[in-house]
Design a protein. Structure first.
Length: 90
């Protein structure tokens, strides 16, 4: 499984055939894109914690001396890397 940020902004090129093929661009989120152009193919939405955020939290725990949380985050990020390697093999 791969996750994507449905809140990410994208630029979508549009060709309006009702206006003689006029071309323009629209900025929208990935979720808005799916909802507008692929309404029957909406992706499954799951909550996720970005690894970047966990790494920053780990750094903060190191500064604060919170070794219990630091150890927990280390286990999670190590497991993530093991999982990621398994996904690359597939």
């Amino acid at each position: 499984m791969r996750l994507m940020n449905l809140d990410a902004k994208i630029i979508v090129p549009i060709t309006d055939e009702t206006k003689g093929g006029m071309m323009y661009e629209v900025q929208m989120t990935v979720l808005e894109f799916f909802a507008q152009f692929l309404p029957d193919s909406l992706p499954e939405i799951v909550e996720a914690i970005p690894i970047k955020w966990l790494n920053e939290r780990h750094r903060k725990c190191c500064e604060d001396g919170d070794t219990d949380l630091m150890d927990a985050i280390t286990v999670l990020t190590n497991e993530y890397h093991i999982w990621q390697e398994g996904q690359e093999v597939r």
